[in-house]
Design a binder for this molecule. Structure first.
Ligand code: SF4
Length: 432
């Protein structure tokens, strides 16, 4: 899709010394891609430019991006503002219609060096994401200011959960070839990153499109074998019914695989799960949690749960609340239902907004209590803390820890004994 744009594609302003910036909304995959875009823009000599990497998961995420764009234009009248990401991919005209915006590029275009070196004069450059079959070829050298780096292993999604707009922003499932993942991680570990988080849209679908169809578990096993120098590996969100046996074996055997798994559960009621077109039922999640705990008794479990999905009764919602205790969730991400235009759930009879808000608040309250209990349970125990900044970091269970008197550089992994809790973070003293 195209429309005309001002002639001076590359910025030439008084602020021409200013490095290009990326404003990132949404998920870890967006965070990884923002590093790729930053590299491309720098290499192309962009100055005084801001790339806004949007998210389409909720109406609120989109609203925040548009608000940020308006604020940017007020503060930086000369800057070049390029908008991309899932919200721009799904509805490019909406962002193209904003006078503050110079160009809208798609999720495919944002990863291509040509979009920076020889930018199209067109105002909107967004191709059909459903036609894309490859993942972008780019190795990043680092992650600004971080001890932990996110690495894309997979893109897109072939499922069609009724509430979800992501497949329309990201396209079909496609995996990053094993060799490129290994090279990317080797580069980041050599640059001093102590922990790598494997990310994507539906990472349990990894390999379905590759020769030999390697599973996520097989890929992770090979990765750890090929990279003995990799200290810690963490996985981003997992589909409860797509976790393969190789991955389960690694959960039991591999100390470098962090004991913290985040599950894309979405609801605790079978009827709602069916209306969401999820591939699991409540019983599957409970069985999986039991199996994971049998393999690794000390693990932390997290989950995404939607509150207030259309047709959800108080009794059905009660099942989501109860599931938090039943499987011992500690890291809960709560999403108030947000109708995404073009999804089947947006056409279902909706609950009143205040009911959705109230249920989300109750679920968050439940999650906060579960996290507080989990934090208390760590006191007196040992932990290995990845230092991020000024003696602050996260342990294996992805809990925040403040270390007394630690001066080690970011990326260091320090043994500590947990001594207490302060402002929602654990405190710890270094072990020699
Ligand atoms: S699995 Fe479902 S929720 Fe996850 S990205 Fe795909 S469609 Fe969306």
């Amino acid at each position: 899709m195209t429309a005309t744009a001002p002639a001076d594609a590359l910025p030439q302003t008084a602020e021409s010394t200013r490095e290009p910036e990326v404003l990132t909304f949404g998920c870890r995959l967006n965070a990884y891609e923002s590093e790729v875009m930053r590299d491309h823009a720098r290499a192309a000599g962009w100055r005084d430019a801001v790339i806004v990497n949007t998210c389409a998961v909720t109406k609120e995420a989109e609203r925040q991006a548009r608000q940020a764009i308006r604020k940017l234009r007020r503060e930086r009248p000369q800057a070049r503002i390029v908008v991309t990401g899932c919200a721009a991919q799904v509805d490019p005209r909406k962002f193209g219609a904003m006078p503050e915006v110079d160009q809208v590029i798609g999720n495919t275009e944002k990863m291509q060096a040509a979009s920076y070196h020889t930018p199209s004069p067109e105002r909107i450059v967004v191709t059909d994401i459903m036609a894309v079959r490859e993942t972008a070829e780019h190795l990043i050298a680092g992650f600004d200011g971080r001890a932990r780096a996110f690495v894309e292993i997979q893109q897109g999604c072939d499922h069609r959960c009724t509430f979800c707009i992501i497949p329309f922003g990201r396209g079909p499932n496609r995996s990053v070839p094993m060799g490129r993942v290994t090279d990317q991680i080797r580069t980041l570990v050599a640059a001093g990153f102590g922990e790598i988080v494997l990310t994507g849209v539906d990472i349990t679908a990894y390999g379905a499109d590759l020769p030999g169809r390697p599973s996520l578990g097989q890929m992770v096993r090979r990765l750890l074998a090929q990279l003995p120098e990799l200290p810690r590996l963490r996985l981003s969100s997992l589909d409860p019914v797509e976790i393969d046996d190789d991955l389960l074996r690694l959960v039991a055997e591999e100390p470098r695989l962090m004991p913290h798994f985040h599950l894309s559960i979405q609801a605790g009621c079978d009827m709602i799960l069916k209306r969401m077109k999820r591939r699991h039922l409540r019983g599957d999640v409970i069985a999986l949690a039991e199996r994971l705990r049998a393999l690794r008794p000390d693990l932390a479990l997290g989950a995404d749960i939607i509150a207030g999905f259309p047709t959800e009764t108080e009794e059905m919602f009660g099942q989501s609340l109860a599931l938090v205790d039943e499987i011992g969730l500690s890291h809960l991400h709560v999403f108030p239902f947000s109708a995404r235009p073009g999804t089947p759930a947006a056409r279902m009879p909706r609950l009143p907004g205040d009911v959705v808000k109230e249920r989300a608040a109750r679920l968050r309250g439940k999650g906060a209590a579960a996290m507080a209990a989990f934090l208390s349970g760590r006191i007196g125990r040992e932990a290995r803390v990845l230092v991020e900044k000024d003696g602050f970091g996260h342990c294996e269970h992805y809990l925040p820890v403040r270390l007394d008197g630690a001066t080690a550089p970011a990326g260091s992994i320090l043994p500590a004994r947990i001594t207490g809790i302060e402002d929602g973070s654990l405190t710890g003293s270094l072990l020699s």
